[in-house]
Design a protein around this ligand. Structure first.
Ligand SMILES: *[C@@H]1O[C@H](CO)[C@@H](O)[C@H](O)[C@H]1NC(C)=O
Ligand SMILES: *[C@@H]1O[C@H](CO)[C@@H](O)[C@H](O)[C@H]1NC(C)=O
Ligand SMILES: *[C@@H]1O[C@H](CO)[C@@H](O)[C@H](O)[C@H]1NC(C)=O
Ligand SMILES: *[C@@H]1O[C@H](CO)[C@@H](O)[C@H](O)[C@H]1NC(C)=O
Ligand SMILES: *[C@@H]1O[C@H](CO)[C@@H](O)[C@H](O)[C@H]1NC(C)=O
Ligand SMILES: *[C@@H]1O[C@H](CO)[C@@H](O)[C@H](O)[C@H]1NC(C)=O
Ligand SMILES: *[C@@H]1O[C@H](CO)[C@@H](O)[C@H](O)[C@H]1NC(C)=O
Ligand SMILES: CC(=O)N[C@H]1CO[C@H](CO)[C@@H](O)[C@@H]1O
Length: 635
């Protein structure tokens, strides 16, 4: 990577030498009586030009794509948010006036997004919306709104409306109305759902701006704050220079100035330049060209050394930690050479599979041990340091119910993780008859053991790993079985390595269909309770021997979780249990099947807070298992 850096920086130097323009004053003047905080900009001479708003006869307006423009009703610079007034209904219809421009669409290249404090009601929708993850049920909040306001009375004639919380993904950039979807919307900021509609706030859409970085400059004269900052190339963006604050001062994105280090009171907000300031500080004099050459050389050298140091440090730390944790097995830091040899230079015929995280190769090391080598595919939005850090965290976890980690290799371009090779296939293959011996080997008590071991592995990741690791992709094909059918969880945390910028993904980003926490659709976050949900689906697979998603089932029952939940509601849980398991089962065994079914239903609770923790799940299964094994008699 460092090899690429030099030409880019030289380009910066060239641009710097030939371009020139004046930098803006930091804060814009008031618009009417409304103060315009930095970085918002009402003109070319003030604020930060990426943060444009318009001041029209004393009122501020915010423009969105396709020529829409909205009145700014309030601004809160401390939390970097403002509220705009959404479009109104056109005449006596259930259509908002911004339908022609397709609602509010922010330019995703600009530093604004729609916050998750907005509750959006989509109105006058087509039936296609019913298949969406939004809440379009007949009890959805939007119906309450329509029924209780005169303004939206026209919407009473339209059957479909939906409610959701904005933020997180593509909704961070748009509240989209269109003829093939919904034709109107309302939005409310920080809506308390328990209030009657008459006490709801005025409609509003809250927009957040990303903390501005130091101002862009072409030369030192642009940094017009006396001797507080220095114009220098931006290490993060070739071809651009910025006014970096001098030593002892820190960039304060709220005031838009270099503030005294101690007076800066915005945690997080001031961090932006703390590494850069001292790096730039020493270099203030001399001919411009010499200065630039110096900076270029210095940065390249710094960067090179930093990466090298990080790798060396990591390699040392890894060795120590791995050896301390690995219960006598000789875990180690592998060299790139060793890994190339073990995998026959990552030859295609050694490829075992690939997933969102990258590729897996089978290999054999000098002492004859079979290994699985995983290459982390680096998400293109992540820095090398961050990836190395995450790899190093993953490299520390070890538990008998996790696929054993033999070591890591951070020498190559992609970090590698080296695991013991588990030869007996996945739980998915065993449950669905894809292995010799098949389901016959999976007796009820064996299934319970597998469930318990998996739960233990996940509980370990949630409660004993520091920091906690969320698996994010729990499913039966990620549970490996060894020769004795002991379960070992694989691929934990790997999805993080492959994580890409959420804003670029329009569909479901993480996890696997059929296992994915439904709350993910609302806030686009995965937590430990998302693993609990996915594990609940695995429990159902163990109980029913059915696949999580199976289009051979009736349309309503394609999704195993929904199917079994319906059976539970109809008090027909046992009808869903695999007939082979029920055959010849004792009454105690039948009771424990029911108990596991209810436990699974608990894991599948819609609301995260109602789901048990992985620790509780593990303990519960342990208890059920002890009943089956006759160690405890039922109360
Ligand atoms: C709902 O949208 C359709 C399509 O734009 C429009 O024809 C209809 O009048 C709208 N309904 C109401 C009640 O305004
Ligand atoms: C979005 O913003 C970028 C950066 O200012 C600009 O280059 C681009 O033209 C804008 N896109 C649209 C569609 O206005
Ligand atoms: C939809 O919203 C209503 C009212 O808030 C709630 O009772 C219902 O459970 C929600 N349904 C879904 C599928 O989220
Ligand atoms: C809204 O009003 C309709 C018609 O009066 C009624 O059927 C429906 O139950 C009401 N919905 C809510 C959520 O109040
Ligand atoms: C929206 O902006 C906030 C504030 O800068 C930022 O923390 C968040 O990651 C952004 N969200 C998306 C999806 O871009
Ligand atoms: C330079 O920084 C100091 C310390 O924060 C501040 O008091 C002073 O106003 C700054 N000067 C300019 C011109 O911004
Ligand atoms: C700012 O202050 C903190 C602690 O008060 C210190 O650790 C840090 O080095 C200071 N940064 C600069 C740029 O002076
Ligand atoms: C209706 C309309 O003009 N839609 C456009 C809004 O802007 C986006 C981005 O420029 C276009 O993709 C849409 O077609």
């Amino acid at each position: 990577m460092e090899k690429k850096m030099a030409p880019q920086l030289l380009l910066t130097a060239a641009l710097l030498l030939y371009a020139g323009c004046a930098m803006a004053a930091r804060r814009c003047g008031d618009c009417g009586s409304t103060p315009v905080p930095y970085p918002l900009s009402t003109g070319p001479d003030c604020g930060d030009q990426s943060y444009k708003v318009r001041c029209i006869s004393g009122t501020l307006r915010f423009d969105t794509l396709n020529g829409s423009s909205y009145l700014v009703t309030s601004i809160n610079p401390e939390i970097q948010r403002f509220v705009i007034s959404p479009a109104s209904f056109a005449g006596n219809t259930c259509i908002t006036t911004d339908l022609p421009s397709q609602g509010i669409q922010l330019n995703s290249s600009l530093p604004f997004n729609v916050t998750s404090s907005n509750t959006i009601l989509y109105l006058n929708c087509t039936e296609t919306l019913l298949g969406s993850p939004l809440n379009c049920t007949s009890t959805s909040l939007c119906h309450t709104y329509i029924n209780s306001t005169i303004e939206a009375a026209a919407c009473g004639n339209t059957p479909i409306c939906c409610t959701f919380r904005a933020g997180g993904s593509t909704t961070s950039y748009m509240i989209r109305v269109r003829n093939s979807g919904c034709r109107a919307y309302r939005s409310f900021v920080n809506l308390d759902y328990s209030l009657p509609v008459s006490r709801w706030p005025d409609p509003g859409v809250e927009i957040q701006w990303v903390s501005p970085r130091e101002p862009i400059c072409q030369s030192q004269t642009d940094c017009n704050d006396g001797s507080n900052s220095t114009c220098a190339p931006d290490p993060a963006r070739a071809g651009q220079s910025r006014c970096f604050c001098n030593a002892e001062l820190r960039w304060d994105p709220i005031s838009g100035t270099c503030a005294n280090n101690v007076t800066c009171q915005t945690p997080g907000g001031c961090d932006g330049s703390k590494n850069r300031a001292p790096l730039i500080a020493g270099i203030t004099s001399g001919v411009v060209a010499t200065l630039l050459a110096g900076v270029v050389g210095f940065l390249v050298y710094k960067r090179h050394r930093r990466i090298k140091e990080a790798q060396e440090r990591l390699a040392k730390e890894r060795e120590g930690i791995l050896n301390a944790n690995n219960r006598g097995k000789s875990a180690k830091v592998f060299t790139g050479k060793q890994m190339k040899k073990a995998t026959n230079n990552f030859s295609k015929d050694r490829l075992l599979g690939s997933g969102g995280y990258g590729e897996v190769f089978k290999g054999i090391i000098d002492n004859g041990t079979l290994i699985a080598v995983k290459c982390a595919k680096l998400g293109n939005t992540k820095g090398t340091d961050q990836v190395l850090n995450e790899v190093s965290i993953l490299c520390q976890v070890n538990h008998r119910s996790l696929v054993g980690l033999l070591g890591c290799c951070v020498e190559l371009e992609q970090p590698l993780m080296v695991y013991e090779y588990i030869s007996n296939g996945t739980l998915f293959e065993h449950l669905h008859g894809l292995r010799p011996g098949g389901q016959g080997l999976l007796t009820w008590s064996r299934r319970l053991s597998i469930a318990h071991q998996t739960a233990e592995g996940l509980a370990y990741l949630h409660f004993s790993a520091v920091p906690p690791i969320y698996h994010r992709d729990v499913k039966s094909s990620n549970i490996l079985l060894d020769e004795k059918l002991n379960a070992k969880v694989s691929d934990f945390g790997l999805s993080r390595l492959a994580e890409t910028d959420l804003s670029h993904i329009s569909t479901c980003a993480q996890g696997t269909l059929g296992y994915l926490d439904p709350e993910y659709y609302r806030n686009y976050q995965l937590t430990d309770k998302s693993d609990v949900y996915s594990f609940g689906v695995v429990l159902l697979e163990l109980l029913t021997s059915q696949k999580a998603i199976d289009f051979n089932r009736e349309a309503d029952d394609v999704n195993l979780a929904i199917y079994v939940q319906r059976m539970v509601e109809e008090e027909r849980l046992m009808d869903a249990v695999d007939p082979i398991l029920k055959e010849g089962a004792s009454s105690v065994e039948l009771e424990t099947m029911k108990a596991l079914g209810f436990l699974a239903a608990g894991c599948l609770e819609e609301r995260r807070q109602n789901r048990p923790s992985m620790k509780e799940v593990s303990e519960e299964i342990d208890y059920i298992l002890s009943i089956v094994k006759g160690q405890v008699s039922e109360a």
